[in-house]
Design a binder for this molecule. Structure first.
Ligand code: FEO
Ligand code: CA
Ligand code: CA
Ligand code: CA
Length: 586
């Protein structure tokens, strides 16, 4: 295979066959191998104990790799490419498979707090292209948990809406959680989206500011409030605690002493993630999805411009870029289906401009803290669960993974969300007017309308040859040639196949040619794809393998496939461990 478009020289592969949802294995193309390079419970911080699933403690977990790895990046730190920082989100916990029966409720809850958040871990290898090894106790290793102190910045910092008994300033939040997808910025920090935060709170849900975010009296099955009153939002003291989650957070991975930040200027919703591109005029533009049925796609444009270079002064300036800027929300208008394709034009409707509210009846603080309500007032397009929204740094086009929406009724379809009861999802391609990411308008089309051969309305960017079946697109990434890579979450339920990772050329004659690269084990979702085609490596975070099992009767034994009945106390855990996997050419 040569260097034809869509076939990166260093990552040629024959697509794998779709894998049945019961297969408890990682499947990679012929000629490739996979290795787990970090597992839930691996000790990271100096002094952290080895993983002992039979006797977990919050203290041990706070020094170990967290649960349910999602967003992932591998940031090289030397010229030779032999050292790097792995940065990873830990979205949530599956208590049913994490803890032995009979574990004390308080141990379960406090350990779960420490299993949430993020990890920063130093990696090393002999030469470029090798499998990475993580370095326990390394200097830059860090765990961020629900106990890590965050600073709040931007126009809503210090707002009454963010004050609680424990933080009367409204400027300091303890912890981050439900960190889903994310993005690495050009200035070397990592952005992470706080997504389904509502599920941890007891709330009355009577006010629209609560119910619009899913806060209710029935969401807190984990009962965290039994061990910390801040999770009880029905109390006057902590009524505002839910307002302190649902943000984009920014972490500087090269300084383990730095205080991570929650950026209120970027709005509050169920943030899937945020991906940044530098516009030609130097303004920094972040694209973001609100992962809920019938919710919206957002854009943030920084007030200031990025300073090039890596001087301390430039770095200090760039760390403030996401603190002030304009937030807007997308409206997609179709040009009719008579042309045979879902496409059209769109506009960015302003929610804030120059630090002021653009939504009548809302203060700037209200727009930013109750962003969903402010957006509702300006009639954006209700999307089929927009997850990852990421610009291609090569083409400047933006890709929106709309994972699915089985609640959309026939009367609710529009050209950008064209299928009722949409179980398979689609991918939107957005093209900024004149290549300007600060423009108020854009063109768009659906590059993928996902499914298998039985799916109505499926469409693959005009490609009419064979494709791998694909459903429920979630995360997107790009390789060095600009091909789109899509990972999925939900294929087992939608089309009966294990979730996977797919390559899709977006230019040239193979535009839309979906090819499956790997499949993850039973019950798992494919997260955080990182495509390093120039060195023949692909990384994925395998999230919630075997999630419907129990500790005693696991439904997955990924990644070590330890025989059932082994002695957990001897480090022989027969259950699944969410892990970061590196795929290399064998
Ligand atoms: Fe946590 Fe929207 O996926
Ligand atoms: Ca059309
Ligand atoms: Ca996701
Ligand atoms: Ca991505």
């Amino acid at each position: 295979t040569g260097a034809a478009p869509g076939r990166p020289r260093q990552l040629p592969f024959t697509p794998i066959a779709p894998q049945a949802r019961t297969l408890d294995a990682v499947t990679v193309p012929a000629g490739y191998r996979w290795d787990a390079i970090l597992r839930w419970g691996d000790p990271i911080l100096a002094g952290a104990p080895a993983f002992d699933p039979a006797a977990q403690t919050p203290e041990a977990q706070a020094g170990q790799f967290g649960y349910n790895n999602d967003y992932l990046d591998i940031i090289e730190t030397n010229r030779a490419g032999t050292t790097a920082l792995l940065v990873c989100n830990h979205e949530y916990t599956n208590e049913n498979i994490m803890f032995p029966p009979g574990t004390a409720a308080e141990t379960v809850v406090r350990t779960a707090w420490a299993a949430h958040g993020m990890s920063v871990v130093e990696l090393t290898r002999r030469k470029r292209g090798d499998v990475w090894t993580y370095v326990p106790g390394a200097r830059l290793n860090r765990r961020i948990t629900l106990d890590t102190i965050f600073t709040v910045d931007g126009p809503a910092a210090g707002s009454d809406l963010l004050k609680t008994k424990a933080d009367p300033t409204g400027r300091t939040v303890r912890g981050t959680m439900n960190n889903c997808a994310g993005g690495t910025t050009p200035w070397g920090t990592v952005l992470s989206g706080e997504e389904n935060f509502n599920q941890y709170f007891l709330a009355t849900g009577t006010e629209r500011t609560e119910s619009r975010y899913g806060l209710s009296p029935t969401q807190d099955s984990r009962r965290w409030r039994d061990f910390d009153p801040r999770w009880n939002a029905t109390s006057a003291d902590y009524k505002n605690e839910p307002n302190r989650f649902g943000w984009i957070v920014e972490v500087g991975p090269t300084d383990p002493t730095s205080t991570p930040v929650k950026h209120t200027a970027m709005g509050r919703f169920k943030h899937e993630g945020a991906n940044v591109i530098v516009n030609s005029d130097g303004h920094v533009v972040a694209y973001m999805g609100d992962d809920e049925r019938f919710d919206y796609v957002y854009r943030f444009v920084s007030r200031d411009t990025m300073r090039p270079g890596n001087s301390p002064k430039a770095r200090q300036h760039n760390l403030t870029l996401l603190s002030e800027g304009d937030l807007s929300v997308a409206r997609f208008t179709g040009d009719g289906l008579a042309d045979g394709v879902s496409d059209g034009t769109g506009e960015w409707i302003p929610l804030t401009r120059g630090g002021a509210s653009m939504v009548p009846g809302f203060t700037i603080e209200e727009v930013l803290v109750f962003t969903r309500l402010a957006a509702d007032a300006v009639q954006p397009t209700k999307m089929d669960r927009p997850e990852d929204v990421e610009p291609s740094l090569r083409s400047g086009r933006i890709y929106v993974a709309c994972t699915n929406n089985t609640s959309r009724q026939a009367a609710q379809v529009d050209e950008a969300n064209p299928r009722p009861l949409n179980k398979d999802g689609h991918v939107v391609e957005m093209i900024p007017t004149n290549g300007d990411h600060t423009a108020n308008t854009f063109a768009w089309n659906l590059i993928l309308i996902c499914g298998n051969e039985q799916s109505a309305g499926r469409y693959f960017g005009g490609w009419t040859g064979p494709v791998s079946p694909i459903s429920c697109p979630d995360n997107v990434a790009f390789d060095s040639e600009g091909n789109l890579w899509v990972s999925t979450d939900g294929q087992p339920a939608a089309i009966g196949l294990n979730d996977g990772l797919f390559k899709v050329p977006v230019d040239g004659p193979e535009r839309g040619h979906v090819q499956q690269f790997l499949a993850v084990p039973s019950g798992a979702e494919t997260c955080g794809p990182v495509i390093r085609d120039l060195e023949g490596s692909v990384f994925v975070a395998v999230q919630h393998p075997g999630e419907d099992g129990t500790y005693a009767a696991p439904q997955s034994r990924f990644p070590d496939y330890v025989p059932a009945g082994s002695n957990a106390a001897a480090g022989q855990f027969a259950g699944p461990r969410p892990s970061v996997v590196q795929v290399t050419r064998s």
